[in-house]
Design a protein around this ligand. Structure first.
Ligand code: NAI
Length: 209
């Protein structure tokens, strides 16, 4: 793998490559050229070659790429099999949907606990996990060492809970609360997700036509 830091935009394209290659694999495609891949993905072939060159290049001149090998290499770079232990905070509508429908295991994580401050939700099941009272959070983190947290709580609670979780050893936040969390230490990483931003981009697209 390259020793130079890989740009954020390349890293953000990797999950898409991984997903496309998974589809190709499912349909029995064994190999693909960068030109064919570029046509399917709406990128240029040279962009694809440049992206893969950041990791030492995966293809063979004249052969193209072996689909399952390439997918597995990109999967390794993304760490999809690492099973980092994660917890989810806020078992409301969004939290339940994410806990039930997101395939954490296929994406590098293992959901091991769900917490909510509403005591009435404690004990209710989401998939195979019972919602726990937030009062148990610290003890749970001591015993199970989760490294990532999914925040599905209102924005008013986000900053305070993030500080608390950092002190319990959480290093990565997948943040859905409408509060833009910022990584205040270099060892903390944050992904703020706002579905509404994506929707507004769509609105712009419609209105600018
Ligand atoms: P909800 O009200 O159904 O669920 C929120 C849950 O969080 C409740 O069960 C509540 O008891 C719990 N909670 C509140 N403070 C907490 C704390 N400090 N610790 C633990 N649990 C706590 O709300 P819903 O619909 O699930 O949405 C959650 C948040 O996500 C909202 O603030 C909403 O605006 C936001 N949201 C964000 C989206 C995005 O794209 N980022 C999309 C949809 C909603």
């Amino acid at each position: 793998m390259s020793k130079n830091p890989v740009s954020n935009s390349v890293i953000r394209r990797l999950p898409r490559y991984y997903r496309f290659l998974g589809e190709l694999e499912k349909h029995g495609t064994v190999r693909i050229s960068s030109r064919e891949l570029s046509e399917k993905m709406g990128l240029t072939a040279s962009q694809i070659r440049q992206d893969f060159n950041c990791f030492g290049g995966f293809g063979q001149q004249g052969y193209g790429y072996n689909v399952s090998e390439l997918r597995s290499k990109i999967g390794n770079i993304l760490g999809v099999n690492t099973g980092n232990p994660a917890i989810l905070i806020g078992a409301g509508n969004l939290g339940r949907a994410i806990a039930s429908h997101m395939d954490f295991n296929e994406r590098g994580f293992r959901l091991i606990g769900i917490f909510d401050s509403n005591p009435n939700l404690a004990g209710s099941m989401i998939g195979e996990l019972a919602v726990r009272n937030s009062l148990e959070l610290e003890q749970f983190c001591i015993e199970n060492s989760p490294v990532a947290a999914v925040l599905c709580i209102p924005k008013e609670s986000a900053a305070e809970i993030a500080v608390r979780l950092e002190s319990y050893g959480i290093r990565a936040f997948w943040n859905f609360s409408h509060y833009d969390l910022r990584a205040d230490h270099s060892d903390i990483i944050v992904e703020n997700v706002h579905l509404g931003d994506s929707l507004m981009t769509l609105s712009y697209g419609l209105n600018s036509k």
